[in-house]
Design a protein. Sequence first.
Length: 178
Amino acid sequence: MRGFACDATDALQVDTLFTQVGAQMGPPELVVFNVGTWQRAGIAELTGAVFEDAWRQGCFGGFVVGRAAARAMRPHGRGSILFTGATGSLRGSAGFAAFAVAKFGLRALAQSMARELGPQGLHVAHVVVDGMIATGDDPGEEGRMRPEDIAQAYLQLHLQPRSAWTHELDLRPAQERF
């Protein structure tokens, strides 16, 4: 398995990346969009630039990557496009307007793409990651989600049979209050 990176908000970079990956490895079978910014600010202090940047990275970037993935996968009639959301995808919180708008928009994009692309054989899903993620500094910290466990859930989504696709999955540690 290999990872590839580019500026998700730059359509030319994204399209070039998908062309390069296709030439090296063939059409992608799994694309995970996991981009976002997390800048907390009250609505009166939130700048237009911060708000737009959050939307551009978290929502517009999802559109650009999702479109490129769909273009690459659709001729083959298979593949999975998975978008990473957060609690902000479901509800906004004080101080998190920019984050919530980006995540709400990404969730709507995933819903629209799933309805359009599912009948064409492409599995589109939105994953709500609701909790703190363990870092390399303390990967076993109680109450934090382990990256390898999150990755396993994404892989399970990708491997689902077409007769029982999940569109939205909510991941959280056992200690998370919801």
